[in-house]
Design a protein around this ligand. Structure first.
Ligand code: ADP
Ligand code: NA
Length: 329
């Protein structure tokens, strides 16, 4: 039996991923490799839907790929590639745009949020059709499973609708992908505003970046907003800050939250923060070292990405050829 195929992508929009990206998504990318045929891409085409600086984008694409390898994406088992290296993404994206209703695209709620945040140059048409390119990313590989958070569910539904529409009109061409919630994905909250998701878009004090200096990380954790009371117990409604720290600890140390509650019984928030700072910096040290090594001489990284793109094209090119033939090209 061939392994189920999984496709996932991440935007190169920061110089470092953060703990939320890692514990909510990238850790699962690594685990999925054991029982999936995985295609993972750094989606740089998506990154230009908002204004970008060319040198920054180029740097962030490499830094993102280096971090993925450092976290454990294994290029011998998974295709790791950069989206713009595989021209079939843009090509299929165009065909699918021509099959998407304007009203249908207008219903995407993420566009409504994101377009409101666009400043000087205004909102691009690319930001509007972004979910259609995302559909192409998935359908090119005939992916059966797509790990998705709540915010991406609507886009996956659009992908399934487009695949069904194409298949009905032109004959069976695309696999219908399923949303897949990988076991063990954690939602990480901002350390300063534990009612919000940790995000690169919020002030840096609440966001632990994987490549932060250990001293900076320790300081961010020490300064985390905790809750009234003294007991270290998980209570998402009453103690969101402390619960978040326990969630991060558990995800990195492999202990369960009840085990941690027992471990911290009779001790206070200060002890939790002190130990968590060590757990986090110890977990990140090898990731930082490997990332630095890969970026010190990018020849190996570029070779890995070229091989990943070649592997991706082995699957993407036949899909696109079938699509072109069926639409009449
Ligand atoms: P950000 O919110 O920092 O802009 P992205 O939207 O680029 O992050 O998310 C990239 C991936 O990381 C997605 O799969 C997303 O679901 C996941 N992710 C982002 N933030 C968190 C978080 N705080 N907790 C869990 N997963 C997260
Ligand atoms: Na985001």
């Amino acid at each position: 039996m061939p392994l189920p195929r999984v496709l996932s992508g991440i935007q190169p929009t920061a110089d470092s991923f953060h703990l939320g990206n890692y514990l909510g998504a990238l850790k699962q990318w690594v685990a999925l490799q054991d029982d999936h045929d995985a295609f993972y891409c750094v989606v740089d085409l998506h990154a230009i839907t908002v204004e970008q600086d060319p040198a920054t984008l180029r740097r962030r694409t490499l830094v993102s790929a280096a971090q993925l390898l450092a976290l454990g994406v294994d290029p011998d088992r998974s295709a790791l590639f950069v989206q713009s290296h595989v021209p079939e993404h843009a090509q299929l994206g165009w065909v699918l745009q021509c099959m998407t209703g304007f009203g249908e695209a207008s219903r995407m709620t993420q566009f409504k949020d994101k377009s409101q945040r666009q400043g000087t140059t205004g909102t691009s048409v690319g930001l509007f059709t972004y979910p259609v390119l995302q559909a192409a990313d998935i359908l090119l590989y005939q992916a059966q499973r797509v790990p998705v958070g709540e915010d991406q569910r609507q886009h996956l539904e659009l992908t399934r609708d487009l695949a069904t529409r194409f298949n009905n009109r032109f004959g069976p061409t695309f696999t219908l992908p399923e949303a897949y919630i990988p076991p063990g994905a954690a939602k990480v909250l901002d350390l300063q505003m534990p009612d919000k998701k940790m995000s690169k878009s919020l002030p840096p004090a609440g966001c632990v970046n994987l490549l932060d200096d250990p001293k900076v990380t320790a300081k961010k954790i020490r300064s985390a907003v905790t809750d009234t009371g003294r007991e270290v117990v998980a209570d998402p409604a009453g103690k969101p800050g402390v619960t978040n720290l326990l969630t991060i600890h558990a995800a990195l140390s492999g202990q369960t939250v009840p085990q941690l509650e027992e471990h911290f019984a009779g001790r206070g928030y200060g002890d939790l923060k002190k130990e968590l700072a060590e757990v986090v910096t110890d977990a990140l040290a090898p990731v930082q070292a490997r990332t630095a090594e890969l970026l010190a001489d990018t020849a190996e990284l570029e070779r890995v990405l070229a091989a990943g793109a070649a592997r991706a094209r082995e699957v993407a090119a036949p899909t696109l050829a079938a699509v072109y033939d069926r639409v009449g090209f």
